[in-house]
Design a protein around this ligand. Structure first.
Ligand code: THU
Length: 159
């Protein structure tokens, strides 16, 4: 028997210490959360995607009375970026959330969004930095693959 230990490096920034580019991205994610359509969960999530050309694409959760028909903020933003700018790599993605008018302590992406982040990384062969914006600090992770160890990806499929 052998044991495998998986490690994830996370940089934790007090909000006031966030480098300027991430502070801006966090702000865009928060503003996007304000525009979320979340009448069922009342959980408002915003995502901001920074493209390699400097453009910022935002998305927010879009819910539906038929619950599974809705989509998370991250995928709304990533799919829009992929549809509009298929040749431009995603450099970073920030997410933020609020409920009952208050910032959520720490928002972390769901499994399906992690899987889409992973595919986006694979598509451009570049790591995506992920910023999880909390109430008063933010977690910075160097790549989507760090958030999804032992993942299923295209390498598992026959070529
Ligand atoms: N949600 C997101 O938009 N992103 C996440 O990372 C987690 C969950 C949304 C989906 C649903 O509209 C609401 O939050 C409650 O799950």
């Amino acid at each position: 028997m052998k044991e495998i230990v998986l490690e994830t490096k996370i940089k934790v920034y007090p909000e006031a210490e966030l480098p300027e580019v991430f502070a801006g991205l966090a702000q865009s994610a928060r503003e996007a959360a304000d525009r979320a359509y979340a009448p069922y969960s009342c959980f408002h999530v915003g995502a901001a995607v920074l493209l390699e050309n400097g453009e910022i694409i935002t998305g927010n959760n879009q819910e539906n009375a038929a619950y599974p028909s809705g989509l998370c903020a991250e995928r709304v933003a990533l799919f829009y970026a992929g549809a509009q700018y298929p040749e431009i790599a995603v450099k970073a993605l920030a997410i933020a959330a609020e409920t009952e008018g208050k910032r959520v302590k720490l928002i972390t992406p769901c499994g399906a969004c992690r899987q889409v982040l992973l595919e986006t990384e694979a598509r451009s062969k570049q790591s995506i930095q992920i910023l999880l914006c909390g109430a008063d600090e933010a977690y910075l992770i160097d790549s989507a693959s760090a958030l999804l160890p032992l993942c299923f990806d295209g390498k598992n499929l026959p070529s």
